[in-house]
Design a protein around this ligand. Structure first.
Ligand SMILES: Nc1ncnc2c1ncn2[C@@H]1O[C@H](COP(=O)(O)OP(=O)(O)O)[C@@H](O)[C@H]1O
Ligand SMILES: [Mg+2]
Length: 270
């Protein structure tokens, strides 16, 4: 398989702390790659480097053979058009209809005729199971359906890559399973390379082709879900089983929770 996103020795320092401390990973074309790890361990930060939203202190991110980190803004904007992003909150505009929300990126980045845009939008809504909902306001929809609208918008521009930050945050387990199904569907039907940040273990084992566990700024382990499930690493074992006892200390967990509250509404949208 061809490597399509390559993260190399990535270091990001916030307030003197090495939040990412030399992250290395290669993502292959067409796979669903999951990044898991405790709250505040740097998952969103890593994802935002991959989308070019922030720059590292050192190291680099390659998209294909292009160095995202060294690019000027113009080149970066261009490559970003091959990215679809699904934010932690759906970030839909409530004064627009479902159709208008999904059409936004097409109106912003293309000169397509409104009739063509309308056809594209309907196709995308169809793909996420929302045919017929074009004229509703997002506020009239359930959380799961809003999520679908967000996904339709994320794929509006026919991206090659799609990045999800905690796609199932705040959803009940059934809706979460539906969203997971959708992630898999889109990946398969549109031949997308998907990068998913989550700490939902059920999701990890449902959707991942490969998983990386991030811990203390580094990739602790990377492998197929089966390999992760049977990991010999006590930190990985504690994390996937959510055990209180183990090498991950309570202090770390508490710090993570406090940080998460502070970072609320963060994720890719910053
Ligand atoms: N813009 C920022 N400024 C300062 N600290 C940040 C910033 N973004 C993230 N951090 C810190 O980096 C750490 C990792 O954050 P984040 O990547 O959001 O974690 P995760 O997504 O794994 O919960 C946290 O300690 C957080 O407070
Ligand atoms: Mg996060």
């Amino acid at each position: 398989m061809k490597t399509t996103i390559s993260v190399q020795n990535l270091v990001k320092i916030y307030n003197g702390r090495r939040v990412l401390d030399g992250v290395n990973l290669d993502i292959e074309q067409g796979e669903i790659f999951v990044i898991m790890g405790g709250s505040g361990c740097g998952k969103s930060t890593l994802l935002r480097h991959m989308t070019g939203a922030i720059s590292p202190d050192s190291g680099r991110v390659l998209i294909g053979d292009k160095d995202l980190t060294g690019m000027n803004n113009e080149a970066k904007e261009k490559i970003k058009q091959s990215f679809g992003m699904s934010f932690q909150s759906a970030a839909l505009l409530d004064y627009l209809t479902v159709e208008e929300n999904v059409a936004l990126p097409l109106k912003e980045h293309t000169k397509l005729d409104p009739k063509i845009i309308s056809i594209i939008v309907r196709t995308k809504l169809n793909l996420v199971g929302l045919a017929g909902y074009e004229n509703l306001q997002p506020s009239m929809l359930s959380g799961g359906m809003r999520k679908r609208v967000g996904l339709a918008r994320a794929i509006a521009m026919d991206p090659e890559f799609i990045f999800y930050d905690e796609p199932s945050a705040g959803l009940d387990p059934v809706v979460c399973a539906v969203v997971d199904q959708l992630i898999m569907d889109l990946s398969r039907k549109l031949l997308l390379t998907s990068v998913v940040v989550t700490h939902n273990m059920e999701s990890v084992f449902r959707i991942a082709d490969r998983v990386a566990m991030l811990h203390q700024g580094k990739v602790l382990q990377i492998g197929r879900p089966e390999e992760i499930k049977h990991s010999q690493n006590p930190i990985v074992q504690q994390f996937i089983h959510g055990r209180l006892e183990g090498p991950i200390t309570n202090k770390e967990t508490k710090a993570g929770v406090a940080i998460d509250v502070e970072m609320e509404g963060g994720g890719l949208s910053h």
